[in-house]
Ligand binder design. Structure first.
Ligand code: BG6
Ligand code: MG
Length: 210
């Protein structure tokens, strides 16, 4: 049905979304800003600095640009410590098999992630060879819900947007896919800002719809 599938990484192919939460929670606690799962959900798919801005909406203090850079840096340092403990076992076998199955059916596979850490994560997962293209946070000027990352990923695969399926766990990611003119399969619970084409429990189910 699709010539290409573009996967979000954090929260779709692996559970790094938990690490993002832990790292932001540590920073938020240090500066005394309330942070919970509801706020965290808004950070999914959004760049590091934009995520910090969302967290700071609940702060009574104001922070200079330099302080914000420092807080984002602190979050990333802790986040990378958590990432460095990941191993190939952190990609579920069913997800790995699904990627192989897509390949076997001639479907091209890309990663479309807002994360600047995406290449490091893919390396930790030992999944470098699973993808025909990786488009990450270092290659874009606008993070999701802007469609840039998905349009670039489709271009890297040599495909038209209409030939691609996006797989996402983030409301901002679903919006980005729709803005790119792509079908979207979402994982996890709504509410979703737009109607996705598919709602899945795990990325492992993608082989059944692509
Ligand atoms: C996305 C995550 O994949 O990457 C966001 O869903 C995160 O929560 C964004 O803020 C940027 O990540 P990084 O690794 O560049 O800080
Ligand atoms: Mg995600």
């Amino acid at each position: 049905m699709y010539k290409g599938v573009i996967f979000d990484l954090d929260g779709v192919l692996c559970h790094t979304d938990r690490f993002h939460y832990r790292a932001w929670k540590k920073v938020a606690d240090e500066i005394g800003v309330p942070f919970d799962e509801t706020v965290n959900r808004r950070l999914r798919g959004v760049s590091r600095l934009e995520s910090l801005e969302i967290i700071l909406e609940k702060s009574r203090e104001t922070f200079s640009e330099e302080q914000k850079e420092q807080l984002a840096e602190e979050k990333n340092t802790y986040y990378r410590t958590l990432l460095s403990e990941m191993t190939p076992a952190d990609m579920e076998p069913a997800v790995r098999e699904m990627l192989q199955e897509l390949r076997a059916h001639g479907i091209q596979i890309a990663v479309g992630s807002s994360s600047k850490n995406a290449p490091f994560i893919i390396e930790r997962l030992g999944a470098e060879k699973a993808f025909d293209a990786v488009c990450d946070g270092t290659m874009i000027t606008h993070s999701k819900p802007h469609p840039e990352v998905f349009l670039k990923a489709a271009q890297a695969l040599g495909l038209e947007p209409g030939e691609c399926l996006v797989v996402e766990d983030a409301p901002a990611g679903l919006e980005a896919a729709k803005a790119a003119g792509m079908d979207c399969a979402v994982i996890g619970q709504g509410p979703w800002p737009e109607k996705p084409e598919f709602e899945l429990k795990s990325a492992a189910e993608v082989a059944q719809i692509a």
